[in-house]
Write a protein of this length. Structure first.
Length: 299
């Protein structure tokens, strides 16, 4: 405790001296900068706050009450939203969780192995395949969705989770492959050579040496895959046609009726519940997320 006090005291003294020597103009500019940042932050989260407040309003007040003022507490929106569709909303949350889990496992297995091959192995056409992989990042999903739909339709996979999960097992997310390649390149090759001297082959080197050091990159891939899969609407809307197969994002569309009345209160209430898993996953894994992007394997 004494050592820590000795080290921190000079720093506190320096901070006090800097504050005393700071001119009033600099203080005003600094205060103005912080106020602008806070204002932009509030502006960015305002739609989210409005949705949370609207989930507790009645249907008449949602588009009539100004701002974030809450006159009445309509908690029945959550009950109506949970039981308002053909199945309880937990059914759709479970479907989304199954899809997200399958995509996470697929990306972790396939992308890590593909990244190890590009970063460590030598084979013919490696640079060409690497360039093709990078080009797929710039390819919009709308370009390939029709051929994919025709292929999966011929396989009889429409209205199943397979079209959403199986492509992840083939390392189709080039972003995660490139992320892991850059991480593996930061791992010293001396570790590979030491493993080879101990009799390890490529797979054993990958499993026992490289993979344990890739924890930040793997966690980053897990978080991004979960968020993107959980929030996906376009792909799930195309392949999931039966109500019992709907994910949470597709089920939310059922609250909006283009020909009749729409249940806005239950829609906002279930939207809030759908956002909670994404918020919790990011909150728990943000430390690994920053580490996976900002550090290298050598550290």
């Amino acid at each position: 405790m004494t050592t820590e006090t000795v080290h921190t005291a000079p720093q506190q003294t320096l901070i006090r001296s800097v504050r005393k020597t700071m001119s009033p103009r600099k203080r005003a500019l600094r205060l103005l900068k912080h106020l602008v940042i806070i204002g932009f932050g509030i502006l960015m989260i305002y739609p989210l706050l409005w949705m949370v407040v609207s989930s507790l309003r009645s249907e008449e007040e949602i588009f009539q009450a100004p701002g974030l003022l809450l006159k009445t507490l309509q908690t029945s929106n959550y009950v109506d939203g949970w039981t308002g569709l053909q199945h309880p909303f937990s059914h759709y949350l479970i479907n989304s969780a199954l899809i997200a889990l399958g995509c996470i496992v697929g990306n972790l297995v396939s992308c890590s192995m593909a990244a190890f091959a590009f970063a460590r192995l030598r084979f013919r056409g490696k640079k060409i395949f690497f360039a093709i992989m990078l080009l797929t990042i710039m390819l919009p999903i709308h370009v390939v969705i029709v051929p994919q739909y025709i292929m999966f339709s011929q396989l009889g996979w429409i209205n199943t989770f397979w079209p959403l999960i199986v492509p992840k097992l083939l390392a189709t997310d080039a972003f995660f492959v490139f992320l892991m390649i850059q991480f593996i390149r930061g791992i010293p090759r001396e570790l590979d050579e030491a493993a080879r001297l101990d009799g390890c082959g490529y797979f054993r080197t990958f499993w026992s040496v490289i993979l344990p050091l890739m924890k930040p990159a793997l966690v980053t891939t897990t978080i991004f895959t979960f968020i993107w899969t959980w929030n996906d609407f376009f792909g799930q809307l195309i392949y999931l046609t039966a109500p019992e197969m709907y994910s949470a994002s597709v089920a939310l569309r059922s609250f909006v009726d283009a020909t009749g009345s729409s249940a806005w209160g239950p829609l906002f209430a279930m939207s809030v519940l759908t956002l909670l898993p994404v918020f919790l996953v990011f909150l728990v894994g943000q430390r690994y997320l920053i580490q996976g992007i900002a550090t290298t394997g050598g550290k």
